[in-house]
Design a protein around this ligand. Sequence first.
Ligand code: NAP
Ligand code: ZN
Ligand code: ZN
Length: 346
Amino acid sequence: MNTKGYAALSAGSDLVPFEFDRREVGAHDVELDIKYSGICHSDIHQAREEWGPAIFPMVPGHEIAGVVTSVGASVTKFKVGDHIGVGVFIDSCGKCVQCNKGLQQYCEEGMTGTYNGYERDGKTVAMGGYSNRFVINENYAVHVPANLPLDGVAPLLCAGITLYSPIKHWNVGPGKRVAVMGLGGLGHMGVKFAVALGAEVTVLSHSPSKEADAKAMGAHHFVSTKDPEVFKTHAKSFDVILNTVSAEVDINQYLNLLAQDGTLVVIGLPGKPYAVHVGALLGARRSMAGSMIGGIPEMQEMLDFCGKHNILSDVEVIKADYINKAYERTVASDVKYRFVIDGSSF
Ligand code: NAP
Ligand code: ZN
Ligand code: ZN
């Protein structure tokens, strides 16, 4: 079916209007009108080949919120008119240990990404959410609570789940001192979830102008990392640090902010290796860990949590012709706090 979107035709080139065909709705598929599509920094990394060779033309986008317009004959999970979300993957093997645990993002055969990859037939290039419609197997989409507006919901499908999952895994809650590195799309969701779960929340930011926003989101403390002194005054202060920074940083400075037995969870993916001083780990039995998005059951849990606590992303809604400018502003940390494309503008 004919689909209108925006694509990068080669690495680093501006995105341009692009038409392509999606598959017809199969027995287990649902079709949706995309209402809003978030711009994740991962889209920029991939469109610019900052993570290695990529597939072009590339239609990025893996924060998709829409409305179901048709369902296949065997579909039971959705009906026409439902609000629906699609995230970073559209498929997985469905039978390995991780898939059986609902951790499809860690599928042993590899998850099937929403774009910049091939579908499980090994030949169809997956085209992402910067487009006006989508087709997906019902088992890889989630229900969006009816009380939530879809523009603020779209970023939950990647930024939201990517912070919710480690926050749950590392038991962030009452009595835990948690720091969020970087107040961008991911970071601002981390602040909202950690605050809602009752933790003591600090934002570590290199943008002093974001202090008022961080406090308005409920953060208890704001630390400007522009001042090198803060790495001394806040040494050994946090039980968990969630690193959402998209650029290279001196990770050792941040490891030293962990208290005894603390964990720094790497979430940001600048594309270059971190140089870790082992002394920064063993001096206080600290851990450095990683976390990648979340599986389908946890995505649903996260959205239900957002519905109950009225948690949304702070978004700036744009038209498709602003995507290239939005990329520039995101890279310059000038986003409050997620750009979301209006699906009717493709
Ligand atoms: P974003 O909106 O651009 O936010 C990144 C934030 O990092 C910026 O707002 C800024 O916050 C901080 N930052 C940027 N440059 C910096 C620098 N030079 N020094 C210090 N801090 C800097 O990006 P995002 O969409 O949240 O994504 C963040 C990262 O997570 C990206 O690398 C993305 O690919 C990755 N990601 C990972 C997963 C996963 O599953 N693990 C999922 C999605 C995205 P301040 O202005 O507050 O300092
Ligand atoms: Zn993402
Ligand atoms: Zn699997």
